[in-house]
Design a protein around this ligand. Structure first.
Ligand SMILES: C[S@@+](CC[C@H](N)C(=O)[O-])C[C@H]1O[C@@H](n2cnc3c(N)ncnc32)[C@H](O)[C@@H]1O
Length: 699
């Protein structure tokens, strides 16, 4: 196709979203330059990259202008980027979905024309009477609700719509868009004679045996009473301010947000839900520095629902302690005694679709008998039962070994991605990466039987020899934190090879072969109690070829100074984990600012890696720095790869790089029980003993 036709198509796609051509033009030019005129990367998914980049540049500009808020009140003006894209995703992913969505549109229009009372707010279309898909989807009504009209409406009454999405059986991957959809459709406005307007959404989550979600939004509670008490129909419910959370014996959790007081103000104009969510996400990212685009309000709400379910069904959870329970693992162990978490999945698929259908057929009048009947077939399960210490945070479950001698896991919060504690200046900005091109590592599949095991070619041959040489800072942050006025000489940092993975601005998607670490854990791992006195450890439940990516070391990103302060406060006694210095690039800097010297601390927030023990010599894992979002290398991901073939049930370990001689280190070294032939601590102790017993050195 000729380039000018492509340009015209690009404009048509963006114009449909109300974006003027002159604003798109420079963005398009820039993208063509970055992508070397590769139109495929720009026009894919109906010009998703272009639209994405446009809104990002807008947001950047807003921030630059000191106009950081992205939640705009101009509900009628800006179409929702994310909703638009979700709609596109649905369209592209599956033709059945497409037809059901079209169905939805028809139904919505039909419903509105049938039910909308005379006093309903004006529905605004554009001058030609056409309505944008995003608008229709977001409002749950065939058109935009003019803010002016809504603001003026004395007794507007927007008829609530039945849930028209068809919830499907979902794995974790498909969940987000459905959650969006559900919330979108479950949003309503209802006016009372008291002129108060209620906005709320309901989301129902059914949790089945495999921790899959079945979701539906429902307008069944649209007729919220003008009081703050809990609905009597629920078996368990609690009200806190304007949040109402309820669960039923059917395993569903309902979360309602009720904003009556705020909305009683006469000036209130209904904002776009999508814009509000975006605003809150941005606010949290900025205020609390939760790293990564993975944070979303939807996830937060989902987490509240899950935790509610957990707290109600697992008393140990309340104290923040996860306790090993023998019966869980028995449930999922196969005859080899190796946990096979997938064996049960098949038997539930039939039921799932039954449930999905029932949800789809639910009417707006609340949980119907049909839904009840079908929900009874879904077992109410605890979310964080001991088949999975991640509580669903990872794509795979990570079990706790079934051992009667097991005690309590130390209390910690499982997180699948790093989070910033306080001061670490990690800037994950697309702008920084806009012009950056990834140098892809070539990943190869090790064997057809292990098609999920991808090994970076670069590392296959050289893994064991990576950790050889040291680099020395001219002015070492560690030494500075120990004694700022008279820092000692740097004791050296290992020279590491970095892996650079593709990221959003590379123009590829998550299926790209150069996105392995960021896709998360795929191996079957288990936490178990070691016999050598090392406490908990991690083992693999399947054989892992050499070079397999196992997991990332995830924790709180703290500055070296923050870590030092933390350790001083704790006096080293209460620690369970050994923090990791992100020092792979320190030696290349003449002077590193204190706040640039970063570490990962998994003591309070971490992933499974916090249970991997140390081994002084010939460890079966190696930690490799991985650059994903930030090119400056002060912050990077630390990923574990196998250094050799690791057998099923073998404990995983890595060399923490501890200097057992370093008495002044803020984190006190432990007495090493790694039992490797070249245990550094053992050697040191032997030396001390021999010195002590030597007539010339003993006192
Ligand atoms: C990252 S945690 C590993 C998980 C830990 N075993 C637990 O039970 O939570 C590090 C701590 O485990 C213990 N540890 C790890 N490797 C060890 C080893 N080789 N010998 C003795 N203790 C070890 C030490 O107490 C260390 O501070």
């Amino acid at each position: 196709m000729a380039p000018d036709v492509k340009v015209r198509r690009a404009f048509a796609a963006t114009r449909a979203l109300g974006i003027p051509d002159e604003e798109v033009k420079p963005i398009l030019k820039q993208l063509l330059k970055v992508y070397n005129k590769n139109w495929e990367l720009i026009e894919g998914e109906n010009f998703r990259t272009l639209i994405d980049t446009y809104y990002e540049s807008k947001e950047d500009k807003n921030i630059g202008d000191g106009n950081g808020s992205t939640a705009r009140q101009d509900g009628c003006e800006r179409p929702s980027k994310r909703l638009h894209l979700e709609w596109q995703e649905n369209q592209h992913s599956n033709s059945t979905k497409q037809s059901s969505s079209s169905n939805f549109l028809m139904k919505s229009e039909e419903m509105a024309s049938r039910k909308a009372p005379v006093s309903s707010p004006t529905l605004c279309g554009n001058s030609t009477g056409e309505l944008g898909l995003g608008q229709i989807l977001e409002e749950g009504l065939p058109g935009k609700i003019c803010k002016k009209e809504l603001g003026r409406a004395k007794a507007c009454s927007i008829t609530t719509l039945p849930p028209l999405i068809e919830p499907t059986r979902l794995g974790h991957s498909g969940m987000c868009s459905l959650l969006h959809a559900a919330i979108r459709l479950g949003t309503w406005a209802k006016a009372y004679s008291s002129k108060e307007v209620d906005y709320a959404f309901d989301m129902y989550i059914w949790v089945n045996e495999r921790n899959n979600f079945l979701m539906s939004a429902s307008s069944s509670h649209a007729d919220v009473e003008d009081k703050d008490d809990c609905p009597a129909s629920n078996d368990h419910s609690s009200c806190r301010g304007h949040i109402n959370i309820a669960s039923s014996p059917l395993g569903e959790v309902k979360l309602s947000l009720n904003c009556k007081q705020a909305l009683a103000q006469r000036k209130f104009q209904r904002p776009k839900l999508d814009a509000v969510l975006k605003f809150v996400e941005d606010k949290y990212l900025r205020s609390f520095k939760i790293v990564g685009s993975q944070f979303s309000v939807i996830k937060l709400l989902k987490d509240i629902c899950e935790s509610y379910l957990d707290f109600g069904s697992n008393p140990f959870e309340r104290s923040g302690v996860i306790k090993s329970s023998p019966d869980i693992i028995r449930n999922v162990s196969n005859s080899n005694g190796i946990t096979d978490l997938n064996t049960k999945s098949q038997s539930y698929s039939g039921r799932d679709s039954e449930v999905s259908n029932s949800i789809a057929s639910t009417s707006s009048s609340g949980p119907t008998n049909a839904r009840r009947r079908h929900c009874n077939s879904v077992r109410k399960v605890r979310f964080s039962d001991l088949t999975d210490i991640t509580k669903g945070a990872e794509k795979v479950k990570i079990s706790l070994a079934d051992d009667p001698s097991n005690g309590l896991l130390p209390p910690f919060n499982y997180i699948p991605h790093n989070i910033i504690y306080q001061s670490a200046p990690v800037q994950i900005s697309l702008a920084v990466l806009r012009m950056r091109t990834a140098v892809p590592v070539v990943w190869v599949t090790v064997s057809p039987q292990n098609c999920h095991v991808l090994v970076p070619v670069k590392l296959v041959g050289s893994l064991p020899t990576l950790q050889q040489d040291f680099v020395y800072c001219q002015d070492c942050p560690i030494e500075r934190s120990r004694n700022e006025s008279r820092p000692e000489k740097c004791k050296g940092h290992l020279i590491r090879k970095f892996i650079k993975e593709c990221w959003r601005k590379c123009g590829c998607d998550m299926h790209c072969g150069n996105r392995v670490v960021q896709r998360g854990i795929t191996c079957k791992l288990q936490v178990f109690l070691t016999e050598e006195g090392k406490g908990w450890g991690v083992r693999t439940l399947e054989e892992l070829p050499k070079g397999t990516f196992v997991c990332e070391y995830v924790g709180e990103i703290v500055t070296n100074t923050e870590l030092y302060d933390r350790n001083m406060q704790k006096n080293g006694r209460e620690r369970h984990t050994y923090p990791v210095m992100l020092d792979a690039d320190w030696g290349s800097e003449g002077h590193l600012q204190d706040e640039e010297a970063l570490c990962l601390d998994a003591t309070y927030h971490g992933n499974v890696a916090r249970f991997i023990n140390h081994r002084c010599f010939d460890a079966n894992l190696i930690d490799i720095p991985v650059e994903v979002e930030t090119p400056d290398r002060h912050y990077y991901h630390l990923a574990f790869f196998t250094t050799r073939k690791v057998g099923a049930l073998e404990e995983l370990n890595w060399d923490y790089g501890i200097d057992f001689d370093d008495e002044d280190h803020p984190v006190k070294a432990f007495k090493c029980c790694c039992k490797s032939s070249d245990c550094r601590d053992m050697k040191r102790r032997k030396q001390i003993r021999s010195c002590d017993s030597h007539p010339m050195t003993s006192r």
